[in-house]
Write a protein that binds this ligand. Structure first.
Ligand code: C2E
Ligand code: CA
Ligand code: CA
Ligand code: CA
Length: 287
């Protein structure tokens, strides 16, 4: 059902009726890939919307398969979560991101990047060793806690006591929590009261079409209303905001007007390898 014709990999992991054998093959492949060091981390810059200054990055994992080329997370994260591979894979992304962010700090100064954000699955938050893994990654890399951001989704957060304990411990260490895909869940509001979030990320689905202004713009109006409501909530709770999935200058302008100060999206910067971020930071240093 997907356009990735060459190896038919997407076929295995998409849809409901996945053949058990394909499952097992993908699961096994993922463990092999981790052992063979085929995962890489790319970084999508987070920018200030008023002057396009890079203030942070979000780490995103990629699988460099020897035959299939670069495989995106949508094709393997669900299987990694099912098989438990997400725990060691997430640990790899954590360590790599901390190491890289610390390297950027020492090359470009401690203020060059305010935040390096990681995506963390429910399964990782359930792992009783997660907090000590994070501590070890910070200690080993020398990255200050304040620079690390852990992005969680609503469905991951609402998973009971162990997860809740983990989130409060991270917060207690000075690590900021970011509510990813904000507004798409059913209890976004109560989440803000129950968890020590520092940042909310307005989901891309509210950014798509937010700029449309042509008389039949009811959908765009609704998105603007959500975007405005999220800003007001964030202010009420003292949280920072990031708008994600910004694909045009018009969208950036509308969001800026609504009060968003920071954003991410293809219009601003695509995910890139660490060298790409280094070039951006080097250029900023001369400005
Ligand atoms: P996410 O956390 O919501 O990340 C944003 C996704 O949107 C990324 O896709 C990014 O490349 C893409 N994106 C950014 N700007 C734009 C834009 O302007 N337009 C469009 N159409 N897309 C944009 P990616 O890298 O394929 O990641 C997909 C999802 O996989 C992520 O969604 C996240 O939930 C998950 N993921 C990625 N890396 C990791 C990881 O290391 N661990 C875990 N647990 N999940 C990860
Ligand atoms: Ca994210
Ligand atoms: Ca997101
Ligand atoms: Ca998303």
């Amino acid at each position: 059902a997907k356009q990735r014709g060459k190896a038919g990999f997407a076929r295995y992991v998409e849809g409901m009726g996945e053949p058990v054998l394909a499952h097992m093959q993908l699961g096994g492949e993922l463990w092999r890939a981790l052992g063979d060091n085929e995962f890489r981390v790319v970084y999508q810059p987070i920018l200030r919307l008023d002057d396009n200054w890079v203030v942070g990055v979000e780490a995103l994992v990629r699988w460099h398969h020897p035959n299939r080329g670069v495989v995106l997370p949508a094709e393997f994260i669900p299987a990694a979560e099912r098989t438990g591979l997400i725990v060691p894979l997430g640990r790899f992304v954590l360590r790599e991101t901390c190491r890289q962010a610390a390297a950027w700090s020492s090359e470009f100064g401690a203020d060059a990047l305010q935040e390096a954000a990681l995506n963390v699955s429910a399964r990782q938050l359930h792992d009783p060793d997660f907090v000590s893994d994070v501590t070890a990654a910070l200690v080993d890399s020398g990255l200050p806690c304040e620079q690390l951001v852990v992005e969680v989704t609503e469905s991951a957060v609402l998973r009971g006591q162990q997860v809740s304990r983990t989130l409060f411990e991270l917060d207690g260490m000075g690590i900021r929590l970011s509510l990813d895909d904000f507004g798409t869940g059913e209890s976004s509001l109560s989440l803000l009261r129950a968890f020590p979030a520092a940042i909310v990320k307005l989901d891309k689905s509210f950014v798509d079409g937010i700029e449309i202004d042509d008389g039949q713009a009811a959908a765009a109006d609704a998105r603007q209303a959500v975007a405005r409501a999220v800003i007001q909530l964030a202010r009420a709770f003292g949280l920072d905001t990031i708008a994600e999935g910004i694909e045009s200058a018009e969208q950036a302008a509308v969001l800026r007007e609504l009060g968003y100060t920071r954003g991410q999206g293809y219009h601003l910067a695509r995910p890139m390898d660490a060298d790409g971020v280094s070039r951006l930071l080097a250029r900023q240093q001369t400005m």
